[in-house]
Structure formats: C-alpha cells, structure tokens
Design a protein around this ligand. Structure first.
Ligand SMILES: C[S@@+](CC[C@H](N)C(=O)[O-])C[C@H]1O[C@@H](n2cnc3c(N)ncnc32)[C@H](O)[C@@H]1O
Length: 314
C-alpha cells in the first residue's frame, strides 16, 4: 500500500488500493465472481439471470424505437458471464447492439468473450441504450464519518488503523465512489436507462460493510489489504441525491416482471419432454428451477434492489 506509510488517507483511497491497485489489489490479483471465485453473483448462478436480462433489453430496445446501434454497457463486467448468458438467450436486439464490457481489472478483461468491446473505463461519447451495473456499486470506494468527523486510515507499525480509533461498524458510510459513478453513467446516456442491481440499505444487514475471501467472510477490512473483497451496502438515498430514481424494485419482483416464472415453466416442460434423453438441453432446463430459487430468495439475491434511471424516454 506504499505511501500510506505515514500519511493518513481517506478510507476511499485505502479501499480503492486494497481492491484495485494494479499490482496488489484484490481484483488485480485474482479476486473474482463465480463458483470458483470468492462470491457468487446472479449471472454466476447460471444462465437464467442473463435470459431474463435479455428479455428486458429487447423490451427497452423496442421502447426506444429499435435504435441501431443499441448500446449495452455492462459496467463492472467481471469475467463477462453476464455478457455470455445474455448472448446465449439470443435477444433480437443483438442484431444491432454494441455490447461494451467495462472492467477495470486486466485479469478479468482477458476473460471477456471476443465479440464484446472490452474496455477499462466507461465510454465518454453519449449513447442511446442501457448502462447495466450488477454488483458494481457495492465495490466502489466509500468514505467514513464518525460523530460528524471524517475517519481516515493510517499505516502504523503493526498494520493499518483508523484515525480516530473507532469501531468501523459505528461509522457512517458516504458512498462517494457510487455517486461519482452514477453521475458519469447518467451523463453517458443520451436516451435510455441506467440500471443498478445491488444490495442496498433497503434491506437491513448487519454489518453494512463486509469482507469475503474464498466464499467465506473475511477478516477486518483493514487486515491484509488485497487479500479479501471489501463490499458495502449501497445507500439508495445517497444515489437519489444525484438524480431521483425512476423505478425501484426488489430483484425478485424485477425478475418476475420480466418473466422469470415463464422461463422456469418452459424449463420444466423441456425437462419432462427430454428427461428420457438426459441430454444437455434437459439438464439445463431442469437447472432453471434451482437457479430461480437462488435468484428469487428474499434473504439472498432476491432481496437485492434494482434501481432504474430513465433518461429522455421520448
Ligand atoms: C462484484 S464484481 C461483479 C462482476 C459482475 N458484474 C457480476 O455480476 O458477476 C465487481 C466487478 O467490478 C469491477 N470494477 C470495480 N470498479 C470498477 C470500475 N470503476 N469500472 C469498471 N469495473 C470496475 C471489479 O474489478 C469487479 O470485477
């Protein structure tokens, strides 16, 4: 963490280095979403989430008057699983889309499918289309306050410490990184929408800041920076201070609104037809039932919040 040795830095600077330092950051050195990674996100549960997203994208494309190109900007794309699963569902808009997978980690970008436009940062030219961010904002740096005072991080002789020395769980988070990202995303969309899917303070979790390592809770956020994920509940009111949200639903409601139940029913039917063959199509169809249970679970992924900002709809 280098120059934090004697100088106190805002928590956002510490968090940014711990997660994204190109040499030692968690995401630069192998931290990843996925079944073999450190956490399982909705696209990593299986292809069902991408299939539902494909339906939503087609509906938004039609609503915008079938623009060509139709920009799909997948922000914080990780290894590209959402892109692969949306594409596998063959949405009609794929005929004209420009799919941009934005991922800050080189290591993750190298895993993107060849047909996406893989970039390290959001494009800057305004587009007609959609900016999606699944579990990105919870990983963007926050600042901390305690009793109205800023809390910083200093490297001491026996590791990193908070200054003043307070219990991190009693601090108030300021989602500075998430707010800055939202501002940038909104300025990028000329017509269309920004869609954020994440765990938010709408569902109360304790503590609001968590660490993960290898599918298990990690240690104290200041311990061994770069070896664990640091993630926070996204504060909806703080994002609303950037721009009022157009729609807010739980992930479970959002998936139902876009037809997850229909896809599960279709899976059941295919399974019954093909079970005697026991082929891949049969197994995939059956797995929709278990995937849906994970994606809709109100105590898990189903309890996430889907926030949408619609920009210049007509
Ligand atoms: C929790 S993972 C989610 C990955 C994927 N969206 C999913 O749902 O499986 C967050 C990803 O966002 C990336 N990331 C963090 N900050 C970023 C930024 N400012 N721009 C682009 N990617 C970023 C991280 O490197 C990481 O791969």
């Amino acid at each position: 963490m280098g120059d934090t040795a004697s100088v106190a830095v805002p928590f956002s600077v510490f968090m940014h280095r711990a997660l994204y330092d190109p040499d030692t950051g968690f995401y630069a050195t192998g931290g990843a979403a996925g079944r073999r990674g450190d956490f399982v996100t909705s696209p990593e549960v299986g292809p069902l989430f991408g299939a539902v997203m494909a339906r939503a994208l087609d509906a938004w494309w039609i609503e915008l008057g079938r623009p060509d190109p139709f920009w799909v900007i997948d922000a914080g794309a990780g290894p590209g699983t959402l892109a692969r699963t949306i594409d596998a569902a063959a949405p009609a808009c794929a005929a004209v889309w420009r799919y941009v997978a934005v991922e800050v980690s080189d290591q993750q970008r190298r895993q993107h499918p060849p047909w996406v436009d893989s970039q390290a940062a959001l494009p800057t030219t305004p587009v007609v289309g959609v900016v999606l961010a699944n579990e990105l904002l919870d990983n963007l740096p926050v600042d901390l306050h305690h009793a109205g005072q800023p809390v910083q991080v200093r490297e001491g002789p026996s590791g990193f410490v908070l200054e003043p020395d307070v219990n991190i769980e009693t601090c108030q988070p300021d989602c500075t990184g998430a707010r800055a990202w939202l501002r940038e995303a909104l300025s990028l969309v000329h017509r269309g929408r920004v869609v954020v899917i994440d765990y938010t303070d709408r569902v109360s979790r304790d503590p609001w800041l968590r660490t993960f390592r290898g599918h298990q809770p990690g240690g104290h956020p200041l311990d061994q920076p770069g070896t664990q994920d640091i993630t926070v509940d996204v504060h909806v009111a703080q994002l609303e201070a950037v721009a009022p949200v157009s729609s807010e639903r739980s992930q479970a409601d959002w998936l139902r609104d876009w037809g997850i139940d229909e896809l599960v029913e279709e899976g059941r039917r295919i399974w019954h037809e093909r079970a005697p063959l026991g082929d891949l199509a049969a197994v995939r169809a059956r797995s929709r039932v278990t995937e849906a249970a994970a994606l809709l679970d109100p105590a898990g992924l189903g309890g996430f919040t889907v926030l949408e900002w619609i920009v210049n709809a007509v």
